[in-house]
Design a protein around this ligand. Sequence first.
Ligand SMILES: Cc1ncc(COP(=O)(O)O)c(C=O)c1O
Length: 418
Amino acid sequence: MTDTSTSFSGVTAQAKELDDAYVMHTYGRLPVEFVSGKGAELTDVNGKVYLDFLAGIGCASLGHANPVIAQAVKEQLDRVWQVGNYYYVEHRGDLAQKLSQLLSTTTDELGHVTGSTGSVWKTFFANSGAEANEGALKVARRWGERKLDGAAGIISARQSFHGRTLATLAATGQDVFHKSFGPFPQGFDYVPLNDLDALTKMVDAGGACAVMLECVQGEGGVWPADLDYLRSVRKLCDERGLLFVVDEVQTGFFRCGAPFSFQLAGIEPDVVSMAKGIASGFPMGGVAARAELGDLLVPGDHGSTFGGNALAAAAGLATVEEMLSTGLGEHVIATGAHLAQKLTELPHVTEVRGRGLMRGAQFDAPIATALVDEGLAEGLVLNHIGDSILRFLPPLVVSDEQIDTMAERLARLIDKVA
Ligand SMILES: Cc1ncc(COP(=O)(O)O)c(C=O)c1O
């Protein structure tokens, strides 16, 4: 295997020096400094152009610096940014109404829209995915307090990822995240994904108020929940009176073809958390609950200084409107299938998982890190999970031609490092 640690640099010495000296080292950084972007392309400080298959970790869904969203934010910048949640602001209600429409959409198993459930959803706006999930956990625990004799247990899946706050780390079903920073909030249990018997046993052991799942586990390695499993979980929660919470932080906003990935299974959850794609990369998150549950939290129960402020609301509303008016879902279904096909044809790939434009390629050798490092020299922004999985989350506006170019470059790289 090639040593790639010093083979490429698209970052200025000053940027690296300052970052190393003054920014907390919670991330290992790659040696590149991006200064601009357009669509699915990023440009570094030296003017080199890259094809981006990560999209700011799944956020820049409409492409980098999308002019429509930029214009909406610019207009809001000149008006008012932040007044606090004691007041009404433009766009927040419109965005929540659009989210309600998106959440009640029905689709087939590929994501083609078929209609609406007619449900009304209410949203609490936050600033990130972890905060969105904190809100979801509070709704679930209030439900347990009111309807299930104080049951407070949350059952989530092994290999899940729900965020970096203490409660969302506790909800994250990976031991590696539970080694430091304890004690964690109590009441979290884990079951293997797609194992209905294990889930039923745990629910029947008592004490749980909610089941919390990602429909495709992202950070855990791109592991999809079976659509039949999701339908069975819905049924189980209905029968036992538990809430079904779906974490759509990574899978939402057409990432998997449908507006939200639970729609592929033809189900409707009780609570849905979201972030990443909601505002084109502007920091925003939200937790939505069907209207009858959305009133479980009352004034004083939950809050956020910045959540749903005027700038974020403008970015979010423009994003959702643009997604709907450009027929993004159909584009994702088509390009997602093309991406999956291209990845399947690559050497050393043993399995391609995922849905829409959220894909994982499993390799038969520990070459994923080297591919990410070498990818930069080849003008590719790639992402690995562990040693043998590449995860692909391109901007949803990526074209078939860009996918073809990425696959050609990646095939060359695989030959080089394998
Ligand atoms: C499914 C899921 N939930 C929650 C989070 C946490 O989101 P954030 O980093 O915005 O707090 C992530 C982040 O990757 C995620 O993929």
